[in-house]
Ligand binder design. Sequence first.
Ligand code: SF4
Ligand code: SF4
Length: 82
Amino acid sequence: MTSHRKALPTIRIDRCTGCGWCVAVCAPHVLSLQVLGPEAWGPKRSVLHDAAACTGCALCAVRCPFDAIRMERVDAAAIGRQ
Ligand code: SF4
Ligand code: SF4
C-alpha cells in the first residue's frame, strides 16, 4: 500500500517572536499571525491555519531567523489531501 506523506511546518511558539517573515514568504498564504490563548490581545505567533493547502516547500522554515519552524512528515490523508 502506498503511503502519501508530506512535510508540514511545526512552529515552536516558545521561539517564535511574531516577526512575520514566514508569513511573507508563504506563497499559498497558509500561515498567519494570531494571538494565542483566550484573550483578544497579546503577542502574536505564527500559526499554520490551512495545513491541507500547505505545499511543504519549507520556505518558511528556511526564512525563520529564530529557528522556530521544523518540517515534519505527516500522513497527508490525515489532513485531507492525498
Ligand atoms: S519567521 Fe519564525 S519567528 Fe518569525 S513569525 Fe515566523 S515562526 Fe515566528
Ligand atoms: S511549507 Fe511552504 S506552503 Fe507550507 S507553510 Fe511553509 S512556506 Fe507555506
